[in-house]
Design a protein around this ligand. Structure first.
Ligand code: BYC
Length: 316
């Protein structure tokens, strides 16, 4: 390294040698902005993601299923909190992030704008949505930004339990009556394509991927991860005895991967743009929860204030 090495060159050198970047380190503004965008969107996804599943807590078919679902939904809340904390280390406040979510400025995962119509949807979310989440998130444990990478380790462990409970739920339905099996098939018919879309635009249309991969925020492209998801899901669906709703799904010996059909990108962009089946419902539910919780925030702040006053008195 010569004396004329610039800060951006030193920064990229640290990334290239797999060093973690920590909150007080120098970083380019665009790196900070990209991380705030991705981590806050990820946090919002976890929080909004509680809604479709939370919808079934009171109607779970047994005490065991209710306890499992409650634990899973609570885990998602925890994931949101680790991620908001990780984003706060970059200089944005929790209030600012929530304001961006409530005003529609910040995105959250497209998948949570679909409705949960039957109990089998809880299995489909666990199996397909959590599988997609794990495949997307395991590489994030090696993200160049330390606080995000460390938050992802714990999140991935919990997502893995979530995925298993979804698969086990579906297996129970598939081994049950004809009606139960049909309900599982119907859920897969509705959740398959939205899950395939979760990985984001195809590589040719992904605006952030190239830069994010150079900074080792993302480790794989959207299409690479999507292919991994499809390859993993096909044998799992066969084991369940369910059919994935894609007539073009076929093993390609030359590629060593499954080929799959064309994604409906128009649907994807409609949902991401705020016009999915449940976008309005989800944001209204989050705004209402935030407003209903105002007294908790006020009480917590008043308590913290009182503690500070006591500490000052004791020190005087
Ligand atoms: N939905 O250039 P691209 C969970 C946006 S929660 C909505 O490829 P990037 C769980 C993208 O933001 C799972 N928007 O972007 C919880 C960008 O828009 P902006 C959530 C999407 O960031 C409860 C534009 O499209 N996981 O696990 O390089 C129950 C161009 O895209 C989506 C994460 O958030 C989408 N699906 O790559 C169960 C993981 N896809 O910001 C499960 C962390 C793309 O320019 N995030 N967009 O306005 C990531 O890995 C990346 O941000 C993405 C997108 C792969 C999602």
């Amino acid at each position: 390294m010569t004396d004329s090495t610039t800060l951006p060159e030193i920064f990229q050198g640290r990334i290239d040698s797999e060093e973690k970047i920590e909150p007080r380190d120098w970083m380019p503004d665009a790196y900070r902005k990209t991380l705030i965008r991705q981590i806050s969107q990820h946090a919002h996804s976890e929080i909004v993601g509680q809604l479709p599943e939370g919808n079934w807590i009171t109607r779970a078919p047994s005490l065991r299923r209710k306890a499992i679902l409650l634990a899973k939904v609570q885990d998602e809340a925890g994931h949101g909190l680790y991620l908001y904390s990780a984003a706060e280390t970059l200089g944005i406040s929790r209030e600012q992030m929530l304001e961006q979510l409530h005003s529609g400025k910040a995105k959250y995962s497209s998948i949570f704008n679909y409705p949960t119509l039957t109990w089998a949807d809880i299995g489909a979310i666990g199996w397909l949505v959590d599988s997609a989440a794990i495949i997307n998130q395991i590489p994030l444990c090696r993200c160049s930004y330390g606080p995000y990478a460390r938050a992802m380790v714990r999140i991935c462990k919990e997502e893995s339990f979530h995925q298993r409970q979804g698969y086990e739920l579906l297996m129970t339905l598939c081994q049950g009556s004809e009606e139960q099996k049909a309900m599982a098939q119907d859920a897969i018919n509705r959740w398959w394509w939205p899950s395939v879309m979760m990985f984001g635009p195809g590589d040719a249309n992904s605006t952030h991927s190239a830069q994010s991969m150079q900074w080792k925020i993302k480790r794989n492209s959207n299409d690479e991860l999507r292919q991994k998801f499809v390859d993993q899901a096909v044998p799992q669906a066969e084991y369940l005895g369910l059919t994935l709703p894609d007539p073009d799904l076929k093993w390609n010996e030359a590629r060593g991967h499954y080929d799959f059909g064309e994604i409906d990108w128009d649907e994807f962009y409609q949902v991401v743009g705020g016009n999915g089946p449940c976008n309005h419902e989800r944001i209204s539910a989050r705004i209402k929860a935030h407003e209903d919780g105002a007294w908790v925030r006020e009480a917590a702040l008043a308590y913290a204030d009182k503690q500070r006053q006591r500490a000052r008195k004791a020190a005087a």
